[in-house]
Design a binder for this molecule. Sequence first.
Ligand code: DAH
Length: 343
Amino acid sequence: MKNKLINIRTEALADVRVAGTIDALEDIRIKYLGRKGALTLILRSLGNVPPEERASIGKLSNQYKSDIETALDDKKNELTHTSSGGMIQKQWIDVTLDRETATARESLGRLHPITQIQYEIEDIVTSMGFEIHDGPEVETDYYNFEALNIPRHHPARDMQDTFWTEDGNLLRTHTSAIQVRAMEKRKPPFRIVGPGRVFRYESTDASHENTFYQVEGMMVDRDITVAHLIYVMKELLKEIFQRQVTVRLRPGYFPFVEPGFELDIHCLICDGAGCSVCKQSGWVELLPCGLVHPNVLRMGGIDPEVWSGFAFGLGLNRLVMMKYGINDIRHFLSGDIRFLMQF
Ligand code: DAH
């Protein structure tokens, strides 16, 4: 009986030693210590053992039972640790990995160059006391034309052809519509800018797109003159280009301003000497502007006898093209990642 017990113990401990999984350990426990396990059967049959041996066999059986239990527990601990250890090794992610050295950096996105310059301009003009306003891209005839002194049958409508919706609205042709909306919201004096995307029915080529970006500006106060307009425009352009710029005004016709101007700057590429960018003229047309027409103020609910103002419409595509020497406006909406990655 004693030998049988010793064999069971030796065999059980050997089984435990080679077990590779927690499930295998459970099988071993059942095999030796379960209800019909080898050791259990011996303990149960103690009644048949001669009385003089019973005590010592009983003691030994209990001793071996606890040896096997301890071995099972130890092995279980060992397996749990190595398997979670293995998992840690396999699935380890260094969440502290430096972004600069991570390869993921290559696929990070960035702001479109037009958005970048829009944000720069917003920073500059807000520091000059302008508020940023917004408006819808699908506009009504009233905001895009009528309230800007371009009545329904006026030939000036032909200056801007656009896309109409079936219910009589249109994709806005310019951000000037934002001026009108701003006049309804603000009492003078005020200064606002309205950046946004605009649309024209246009045949495209290197310098024409059907979709482009502008920033509208408007200042209304008492006794505003062309001198105020020129000063603010020069300050704005100086900040955008980070250098002094020479400007000139030419007469320009826009129904919503009187007088209206085309503001040119001395070509920044050749400093006015003449080059291919300025077509040898030394000047680049950059910024249409003027003093707000009294009809426009009136329609915006502002008394032109008391208040006056200036307005401007800055084209962002042209600005970015000059800044980076981009030769085709169609790059902006091409979605070509090689173009966009350069900014
Ligand atoms: N809205 C005009 C356009 O897109 C540009 C413009 C001209 C805006 C003169 C103005 C302005 O505010 O005063 O062609």
